[in-house]
Structure formats: structure tokens, C-alpha cells
Design a binder for this molecule. Structure first.
Ligand code: PRT
Ligand code: ZN
Length: 287
């Protein structure tokens, strides 16, 4: 009998495509994503990858053409589709925000009353305006929203922002943030049986890869009289491993530390007398 495969939809070409493919590859799902490919079957995992436009992914997942997908929360919120959110993936981070020309004297959401706002996210925007009891004219356009005020098409825009440089070069500034977004793994609601079991396997790998990205493995040498102080600085998963060195009075300490306060921890370890500090990237961290 042919083995059943889980079908995953990822963006074909755009801001999420590289990170989505890289995540699967870091989960040891090997496939060919050569230019122009519409689908690909993984060589070593029961999964088939469909390469699609990001806007189409929620519908394809809802309709069951794909079982799961990777898509931005912004697209998901706008599509209002009935699919299950499984996991935030930590890339494609941005925010959907209202922006106005720099000359616009902005003080509160009320200033958008009766204004023309250009956006590709009319549903999210409408909800936001409704929740603030503001009535405005929404102009739905599919691309280059940032040029709308400059060509007289709108008084303001509602668009995604990451670095803010697009706003800046178009003479705009952020007025109001509406939602934060990042890439998420989604699944058809009610997905069960074999596809669900494959999803659980993939999810275990994704979580292990993402946990590993946030942590580093650290090895160091410490004089025994400083061990208590040094161990106090290392949170570790449970507690650090301590092994005697051949040189009397010294120990080797191994532990896992988080990426966020990494440099501070390393500096305080040095101050506390740690030597020969080695830091190693972790591929996967099973939890
Ligand atoms: O062809 P397809 O429809 O698949 O792609 P697309 O062109 O519609 O989408 P794409 O590839 O631009 O974005 C895919 C997803 O990436 C979005 O749905 C978001 O979830 C996420 N993302 C993250 C972003 C940004 N950051 C982003 N900065 N999507 C778009 N932008 C645009 C924004 O619209 C604006 O034009 O980048 C510009 C602003 O960027 P900054 O850095 O100048 O602020
Ligand atoms: Zn799109």
C-alpha cells in the first residue's frame, strides 16, 4: 500500500519562502525546491510540499487541498478562515499599522474619521475602525499601498511594517499599530488519522529546532573553589554537568544557556573565574 503523505503549503516566492523551506530542512525533511517548482515530495519524510502564493494558503488548507501550511498571521486574520493555528514559528515578524503623511497632524484614532485609507487588509482595518467607533472610507488595493497618499489616492494607509524604511522613503510615519504578525503553522480543522500523526512528528521536530535556536551549549573550566558561584550563574535545563579535570583543583562545567542574556552570562562567568569558555550551537533540543 502506498504510504500516505502530509501535504504542506508554503509560500512559493516571497518573504516567507526561504525561512519556511529552511525550517523544513532543519527538521531533516529533504526536498528539492528548485525555481518554478509547484510541488515536491520529500525524500525521507512522508510529506509533500506545495508552493503557493501566500494569500491562497488559508483557502487551500480550509478546502483540504493541503493539510497544513505556513502563513503570516496577517493573511490568516484577513482571510477569516476556519483553520487551526498550531504554532508560531518565530520568523516573518512585522506589524500591521496605520500610517499618515509626515505633514498630517495626528493625535488619535479619531483623526481617521471620514479619511480615505488605502490597504490590502480591508477586513482587519474595518474591524479596528469599528472597535474605535470611527467611520472612514477604505480603498482596497493589492500592492504598493505606500504610494497611495503621494499620488492623491488616499489620506492614509494601513500596511505591514518591519524596518519602517518603506514608510520613511515615502514620507509617511506610523500612527497606530493594529496587530503584530509572524509566520504560523496552520492545519485543516479536524485533521486526524495518519496525516495528524505525521503532523505531530513534524511538530516535535519544529519545536526541537526552534528551542535549539534559542539556546547554546556552553563548556568551561573552573577552579573548584569558584564552582558554587559559577553554577549559580548557569540556569541549565536541570542543573549543569560538572566533571573533574585531570589538573587537580579544576572542573569542567557543561550547560545550556539562553540566547537572550547570553553575553551577560558569559561576562559574569569570566568575572567569576571561568576559563576556556567554549560555546557551541545546538542543532535540536528535544523537550
Ligand atoms: O506572491 P505572494 O502573494 O506569495 O507574496 P506577497 O508579495 O503578497 O507577500 P510577501 O512575500 O511580500 O510577504 C509575505 C509575508 O511576509 C506577509 O504576509 C507577512 O506575513 C510577512 N512580512 C514580514 C511582510 C513584511 N514583513 C513586510 N515588511 N510582508 C510585507 N512587507 C512589506 C510591506 O507590505 C511594505 O511594503 O514590506 C514593506 C515594509 O517593509 P519595511 O521593512 O520597509 O518596513
Ligand atoms: Zn500575497
Amino acid at each position: 500500500m502506498r504510504e500516505k503523505k502530509l501535504k504542506i503549503a508554503i509560500q512559493k516566492s516571497g518573504r516567507l519562502s526561504e525561512d519556511s523551506a529552511r525550517l523544513l530542512k532543519r527538521c531533516d525533511v529533504n526536498f528539492d525546491n528548485g525555481l518554478g517548482k509547484l510541488r515536491s515530495v520529500a525524500r525521507n519524510f512522508p510529506i509533500e510540499i506545495l508552493f503557493l502564493r501566500d494569500d491562497d494558503i488559508p483557502q487551500y488548507v480550509e478546502d483540504g487541498v493541503a493539510d497544513i501550511g505556513i502563513v503570516g498571521e496577517n493573511i490568516l486574520a484577513e482571510a477569516e478562515s476556519n483553520i487551526e493555528r498550531i504554532e508560531k514559528l518565530g520568523f516573518g515578524k512585522c506589524r500591521l499599522a496605520l500610517a499618515v503623511p509626515r505633514s498630517f497632524e495626528y493625535s488619535s484614532v479619531r483623526d481617521f474619521a471620514n479619511k480615505r485609507i488605502a490597504t490590502s487588509y480591508p477586513k482587519i482595518l474595518q474591524k479596528f475602525l469599528d472597535s474605535n467607533s470611527v467611520k472612514a472610507e477604505i480603498h482596497t488595493i493589492s500592492g504598493s499601498v505606500e504610494i497611495a497618499p503621494g499620488i492623491g489616492l488616499a489620506d492614509a494607509i494601513c500596511d505591514l511594517i518591519s524596518s519602517g524604511s518603506t514608510l520613511f522613503t515615502n514620507g509617511l510615519r506610523e500612527a497606530e499599530s493594529i496587530m503584530d504578525s509572524e509566520a504560523v503553522l496552520v492545519a485543516r480543522s479536524g485533521l486526524d488519522g495518519e496525516p495528524r500523526a505525521i503532523l505531530e512528528k513534524l511538530l516535535f521536530r519544529i519545536r526541537s529546532v526552534n528551542a535549539a535556536k534559542q539556546n547554546k551549549y556552553i563548556l568551561l573550566n573552573a577552579p573548584n573553589e569558584k564552582l558554587d558561584e559559577i553554577i549559580e550563574l548557569l540556569p541549565g535545563i536541570k542543573s549543569p554537568t560538572v566533571m573533574p579535570l585531570f589538573q587537580k583543583g579544576w572542573s569542567s562545567v557543561h550547560s545550556v544557556i539562553g540566547e537572550d542574556d547570553f553575553w551577560e552570562v558569559v561576562e559574569s562567568l569570566k568575572d567569576a573565574g571561568a576559563e576556556g569558555i567554549l560555546v557551541v550551537a545546538i542543532d535540536q533540543m528535544m523537550q
